[in-house]
Write a protein that binds this ligand. Sequence first.
Ligand code: ATP
Ligand code: MG
Length: 200
Amino acid sequence: MHQAKQRIGVMGGTFDPIHHGHLVAASEVASLFHLDEVVFVPTGQPWQKEDRTVSAAEDRYLMTVIATASNPQFSVSRSDIDRGGRTYTIDTLRDLRAEHPKADLFFITGADALAQIFSWRNAGELFSLAHFIGVTRPGHTLSDPGFPEGGVSLVEVPALAISSTDCRQRVAKGDPVWYLVPDGVVRYIDKRALYRDTSG
Ligand code: ATP
Ligand code: MG
């Protein structure tokens, strides 16, 4: 009997911390692209962020698990964390491809990151492994630096000016992050005393 190909979204990120922008983006793309599942993949050592201290991988992993646990369509992969070293999207996609050889992969990323895609390692092979979906904020446009025909889609995510940077700064100042991140993540940040050092 013919079975439809599985459609799997891949949401890579530092998730320091994961916030409702990430979750709404994943949910929106899952709905628009009829995805069966979205796998969140917290980075190992994020090479684009070496100018600041990134929280321990296990803390970022656990916050991602807490934030996604209630959604049966969402899961979390340890692949980038367990591989060790710097994270490159090409390795993330190769791992997921090996795990799901027959699925169609959809890599979900912010339009900001997508615009720099040609600085990524093996940019050409990336497009053969997955379809790329760039999420933008309403009103934010992306100039096409020459993406391959049909390789990239853009999706507007509603009203989300949330960023991890802002969440960290709020915690450092003692301002609330309630409702910007899931309740369990607020509690976890507090329990582990994350982001209290303002130099971070
Ligand atoms: P930071 O402020 O530290 O850069 P971030 O909020 O951008 O963190 P990341 O973990 O870097 O979070 O993001 C993972 C992915 O989610 C990236 O592709 C990023 O562009 C995207 N993203 C981040 N914030 C949003 C948002 N509010 N809406 C949609 N996508 C987002
Ligand atoms: Mg970012």
